[in-house]
Design a protein around this ligand. Structure first.
Ligand SMILES: Nc1ncnc2c1ncn2[C@@H]1O[C@H](COP(=O)(O)OP(=O)(O)O)[C@@H](O)[C@H]1O
Ligand SMILES: [Mg+2]
Length: 234
């Protein structure tokens, strides 16, 4: 479904992604692990067209999307749930959700997706009129994921959804993400929290200094000495 071939990304003079190649199959659930500054966010921004690659190729469902504008990539079926949630705090929950569907014209379909989001996160339905800025961290993360779902993605990129949340809240978010994958959405999940990411995903990539340095089945990575030392603190 998603294929990156020798992707290199620059921010000004600074090379943030080095020659990254990876593939994600339809329906898969894949982790992108790496510490602060490893390049996870830059890689996601490259995939969704916010930070186009300087070199290399990005293909989605067989079509090259390397130089397609970000707003068109959403319409092709890729959604990014960004790091730090990036909600509109002064807008109610409902309006934040609807912003995710801005490119869709199918009114009935939008209503159906909204019901799916409300089923996944009943809290959002209960509080649909509340200003997003008054939500707790966990509720804001649910809202950010819900907004990404509103675009009806086939591929969902989640950038560090566990950031800043208490362990119990993280568990709830992890369950919701697992459910989305079971519903058929292909998920690429970036995390510094390797423990939780490797528990729920099937496959994982490890990123350091803009390079992919390791990949494998999540169940193998969890027992890999390098991963244990660098990301699991054991
Ligand atoms: N706007 C920017 N300008 C310059 N350098 C940046 C910018 N954003 C990120 N970087 C650099 O790119 C590298 C990767 O950052 P990032 O993709 O945010 O990593 P991660 O998401 O894994 O923490 C870091 O060295 C960071 O300092
Ligand atoms: Mg990041």
């Amino acid at each position: 479904m998603l294929k990156l071939t020798n992707v290199t990304t620059m921010i000004g003079e600074h090379q943030v992604i080095h020659d990254v190649s990876l593939q994600i199959a339809q329906g898969d659930f894949v982790a992108l692990l790496g510490g602060n500054g490893a390049g996870k966010t830059s890689l996601f921004r490259t995939i969704v067209g916010v930070l186009p690659p300087a070199k290399g190729k990005i293909e989605f469902k067989g079509e090259e999307i390397s130089h397609i504008a970000a707003y068109k990539i959403v319409g092709k079926g890729i959604a990014l749930c960004p790091e730090g949630r990036q909600l509109f705090p002064q807008l109610p929950v409902y309006k934040n959700l609807m912003l995710g569907a801005y490119h869709r014209k199918d009114k009935k379909g939008i209503e159906e997706t909204l019901e799916q989001v409300y089923t996944l996160f009943p809290r959002l339905k209960e509080r649909y009129k509340q200003m997003a800025g008054t939500f707790s961290g966990g509720e804001q993360q649910m809202l950010a994921i819900g907004r990404a779902i509103m675009s009806k993605p086939e591929l969902l990129l989640l950038d560090e959804p566990s950031m800043g949340l208490a362990p119990l809240v993280v568990e709830g978010i992890a369950d919701a993400i697992t459910q989305l994958n079971k519903m058929g959405i292909t998920v690429f999940l970036s995390e510094q929290n390797a423990q939780i990411a490797l528990m729920i995903t099937r496959h994982g990539y490890v990123m350091e200094n803009g390079h992919l340095v390791l990949e494998g089945l999540s169940k193998d990575l969890i027992t890999n000495d390098k991963v244990k030392k660098a990301y699991l603190g054991t």
